[in-house]
Design a protein around this ligand. Structure first.
Ligand code: FHN
Length: 483
């Protein structure tokens, strides 16, 4: 499998100018140690193979939370449940038995995999993550290993297969969400207290493994697994099992992508092992929150998964509290890309398989913006220029083009740009209409780009900078360019 940075190279990195970055991989309050681990991170540094490069350049993804919880939609017998809709089974007002029988009503007449995929495509998503099984254990595919699946619902048909097919057809990569927590399996435990617990949990582990292998066998075009529900004490004891299983799954699908939420290390640490090294291909801890600075991401790949309301993943018919606008979501998307991450926006279809009007509207608004401005998102990442208050820089990793994504247009239209030494701004123009700007140099390495339109910008605008970095002596060229 991947081997990216050997011990010697790592020492060199630590000794060199990137030392801060490498050391920064140690989580706060954890001293840098070298504990011998059998099941810690096996590879250090970023994966550079084509599948991971592809992942890194997605920019925007779609998350889909769908299951029988969508039928309840955050209510039970007229009472409102204020928690996340997909957790309603854990609410004391809803009898477990009632929840566990909801699947008998699962018959989503409006489900149209192609329409979902088309909407995601129009929004500009490059990958999609679908909940094959959430914590309740209900499987959206016909599983050989449980009866609690779609084949025993009135709908009867596989949901995952048509989704994989439809999204593949739209050129959107599919990732399978899988919850290790499974409230339906008799062997599932959150804590292992007795010998009997341990015995039953062994069966649960076997079941988990069987289901994962089954998913990859059934849907071989899967690009990765998105794990969840791995925080239980019982699972945190399973370092050896999870390590072996992860290796087996990676064998099945070359290039398979798995984030940091799957396996614990020998001491039960998750995401980062006891030495502070990332376990998995990317950091999976940015949920409903975003990093503020590049230091926060510790040099790792990462994704942010985001809800439209405050904390609803599955369908809740009654969104209360703050509901995000497309402007806010686009800013989150751009901030993610500017800090080398992907942004994944969640959708929670209803019990009939329909996508709610708010989500449809947001998808369309984001899509309209992406239509014009996707160049500033796809294949783009961090640019090491001083951040300015108007918004974010992104840079195309292949062409080197720089994008200024402006969210806060100054009243006088003067957009400050500070460049590193010896950088020359060759061409500056609007991505929307190609209109050229002539930067005004106000100091060495500092410019104003004047946006002089009377028109107030309605959506975040993008200015492209094509620049060159000069060698020694190029200051002169740069100085000449001033006159
Ligand atoms: O408990 C789940 C939650 O319902 C949702 O699936 C999110 C998505 O990342 N994950 C868990 C909380 O971390």
């Amino acid at each position: 499998m991947k081997k990216l940075l050997c011990g010697a190279a790592l020492s060199a990195l630590l000794a060199g100018s990137n030392a801060e970055l490498a050391v920064a991989q140690t989580p706060k309050n954890t001293p840098r140690t070298s504990i011998a681990l059998k099941h810690g991170a096996h590879d250090l540094g970023k994966r550079t193979d084509p599948m991971m490069e592809r992942w890194r350049n997605y920019g925007l993804g779609q998350f889909l939370h769908w299951g029988v919880y969508a039928i309840a939609g955050g209510h039970w017998e007229g009472k409102y449940y204020g928690g996340a809709a997909e957790w309603i089974r854990s609410w004391r007002e809803m009898p477990k038995d009632a929840y566990d029988n909801l699947y008998k009503q699962f018959d989503p007449k409006d489900f149209d995999a192609k329409a979902w995929a088309k909407q995601a495509k129009d929004m500009g998503a490059k990958y999609m993550i679908i909940t094959t099984k959430h914590h309740d254990g209900f499987c959206l595919w016909p599983s050989e290993f449980t009866d609690y699946d779609v084949s025993n619902s009135p709908y009867k048909k596989d949901i995952i297969g048509p989704l994989v097919e439809a999204y593949d057809a739209e050129g959107i990569d599919v990732y399978l969400y899988f919850s290790v927590i499974d409230w339906n399996h008799p062997g599932y435990r959150s804590v292992l207290k007795t010998e009997e617990d341990r015995e039953e949990y062994e069966e649960f582990k076997e079941f988990t493994k069987n289901q994962l292998v089954e998913l990859l066998e059934r849907y071989p075009s899967t690009k990765g697994l998105w794990f969840d529900g791995t925080w239980d004490a019982a699972w945190k004891e399973q370092a050896a099992f999870a390590d072996e299983l992860e290796a087996e799954l990676r064998e099945m699908v070359p290039g398979l992508i798995i984030g940091s939420r799957f396996r614990p290390d020998d001491y039960g640490n998750r995401h980062f092992d006891s030495n502070g090294d990332l376990m998995g291909d990317y950091e999976q801890g940015w949920e409903r929150k975003l990093p503020k600075t590049i230091e926060d991401v510790k040099g790792n790949d990462w994704d942010c998964v985001m809800t439209v309301p405050e904390n609803q993943w599955g369908y809740h018919s009654d969104w209360r509290g703050h509901v995000k606008t497309s402007f806010e979501l686009i800013e989150m998307l751009v901030r993610s890309v500017a800090l080398n991450g992907n942004f994944v926006l969640n959708f929670g279809p209803n019990g009939e398989g329909g996508i709610r009007k708010e989500e449809t509207q947001l998808a369309a608004e984001i899509g309209d913006w992406m239509d014009v401005n996707h160049e500033a998102i796809y294949d783009c990442g961090y640019l090491d220029w001083e951040k300015q208050d108007w918004g974010y820089y992104t840079q195309d990793r292949k062409t080197g083009k720089i994008y200024m994504v402006v969210f806060n247009m100054p009243l006088n239209g003067a957009l400050r740009v500070k460049t590193p030494d010896k950088v020359k701004l060759d061409k500056v123009y609007s991505l929307q209409d190609g209109k050229k700007f002539t930067p005004e140099e106000i100091h060495k390495n500092e410019y104003f780009i004047h946006y002089n339109s009377e028109e107030k910008i309605k959506s975040p605008m993008v200015i492209v900078i094509e620049s060159t970095s000069g060698e020694e002596g190029s200051d002169q060229v740069y100085q000449k360019a001033k006159t």
